[in-house]
Design a protein around this ligand. Structure first.
Ligand code: 5AD
Ligand code: SF4
Length: 449
């Protein structure tokens, strides 16, 4: 039977990597739903398994390939049905045909701009006479996927991509290759997507892109302007954004974040390294002082602002002294959260031409040191918060203890409310009484349900 007309094929999707991939997975669900595929959360009943993958570090790619092997083994034990395994996303874009070469356990590779082809490629594989493996990759400027609102999460932030790709050329980064050049969604599309979020009950969005702060529409609208337009929409209560580039954190943008009460004062602005020498080798287009000046302005102008950042340790040529510069910035900025990674050479990037000369043990050592310093910094920040009162939104029940709820503040701090009479979506004021790791403990004072 050809099931194209009224398909009951089931699809299991698994997401790796960044929030862009989380959004794209929703968009893929939307595309597949329209063609009658049914989602399943149960691997053993899937006809199709799609892995939406990340290429940013070698380790991420290895994990996916071993997952494919593990899935094939597991499936062989459970079923004699032919189950399709496809690789989507950045790895598909980077490796293309290589993924489906003879002997490969993968049937399908679909890159980031080709998801509209997924249904027909799958039908071909599931029903087609020749059942050929296939790959679809390559960038298309015109394609912007929009995830259907029903695929959005219920309570937390609803992701809204505002552009795709990246025009910066950070020397370590594979993203310009896997995601292609920066291409903006039009403001109309973005704003109507936000309105659809509101219509489906959402109150909070995260504007998403590789470099959201570089958004520019036809020379007339920049990111600050887009934030102002989004903030004007009725029904939307909180606007977050990811990820910012330090170079684009202009005074205008900082003032806009300060002035617009719906824009959350949590700035994720990756620095990558605190050493000017390394920043130049990374082609980050700013130096350490410019970054610190921006942070200082933000702290002065934006009430309650918090910062988070990404760092790479062991970039080619990083000396002990360069690394110490990074630790110093950690102590100066006082980030709420840092994401730190060992440098991983990516084929074809400009940095791959440099000798990857920091030994692995040294990279591990620096990573551990960086995390230890951050822990010290965080302990100091967190201790200073005890006794304060914060407002936040209840997001969910906590996994433990019983009768505890998770609340998040606008500046992205997590608070556990114990023995609280609250519900998801409530805006609560709580007194901070302690903390454990990155989560504060709070006692509710008021609840404006
Ligand atoms: N090696 C290690 N980390 C990397 N990142 C990007 N490329 C690499 C690489 N080649 C990190 C950066 C970026 C985050 C998403 O991943 O810190 O901000
Ligand atoms: Fe990974 Fe970058 Fe692709 Fe996101 S865009 S999945 S971080 S390689």
């Amino acid at each position: 039977m050809n099931r194209q007309e009224n398909s009951t094929y089931t699809v299991f999707l698994e997401t790796y990597g960044c929030q862009m991939n989380v959004y794209d997975t929703s968009a893929m669900h939307g595309i597949l739903d329209r063609d009658g595929f049914r989602r399943t959360a149960d691997l053993t009943e899937a006809d199709v398994i799609l892995l939406n993958t990340c290429s940013v570090r070698e380790h991420a790619e290895h994990r996916v390939m071993s997952r494919v092997g593990e899935l094939r083994n597991r499936l062989a034990k459970h079923t004699d049905r032919r189950v399709i395994i496809g690789i989507c996303g950045c790895m598909a874009e980077r490796l293309g045909e290589e993924l489906i070469a003879n002997g490969s356990k993968v049937d399908l590779a679909v890159g980031v701009d080709q998801y509209d082809l997924l249904p027909s490629m799958l039908f071909q594989l599931l029903n087609g006479i020749d059942r050929q493996k296939s790959a679809a990759v390559g960038h298309r400027s015109d394609v912007h996927y929009v995830a259907p609102p029903e695929a959005y999460p219920q309570n937390n932030s609803h992701l809204v991509t505002i552009h795709k790709g990246c025009d910066y050329r950070c020397t370590y980064c594979i993203v310009p290759e896997t995601r292609g050049p920066q291409r903006e969604k039009s403001p109309d599309v973005i704003l109507s997507e936000i309105q659809r979020v509101v219509a489906s009950g959402g109150e909070e969005i995260t504007l998403l892109g590789q470099n959201v702060t570089a958004y520019h529409w036809e020379g007339t609208l920049n990111f600050a302007g887009l934030l102002r337009q989004a903030a004007r929409l009725d029904g939307i209560k909180r606007i977050r954004f990811l990820t910012g580039h330090p170079r684009d954190m202009t005074d205008e943008l900082l003032h806009t974040i300060a002035a617009e009460s719906k824009v959350c004062p949590a700035l994720h602005v990756p620095l990558q390294s605190g050493s000017d020498r390394i920043l130049r080798r990374m082609k980050r287009l700013h130096d350490r002082d410019e970054y610190l000046t921006m942070v200082q302005k933000a702290k002065t102008w934006i009430p309650e602002v918090t910062f988070s950042s990404d760092f790479i340790v062991g970039f080619p040529g990083e000396s002990e002294r360069d690394f110490r510069d990074t630790l110093e910035v950690l102590r100066t900025v006082e980030y709420d959260q840092v994401f730190s990674f060992k440098y991983s050479e990516r084929p074809g990037t400009p940095a791959a031409r440099l000798a990857d000369d920091v030994p692995l043990v040294e990279k591990k050592h620096r990573l551990a040191k960086l995390m230890a310093v951050q822990q010290e910094v965080w302990f100091k920040i967190a201790s200073a918060q005890i006794g304060q009162s914060w407002r936040g939104i209840v997001e969910d029940r906590a996994r433990r203890p019983e009768n505890a709820w998770r609340m998040r503040t606008a500046n992205n701090r997590k608070v556990l409310l114990q023995n609280a009479d609250v519900a998801v979506g409530d805006e609560v004021e709580a007194r901070i009484v302690g903390f454990e790791h990155s989560t504060f403990k709070g006692e509710p004072l008021t609840n404006s349900r």
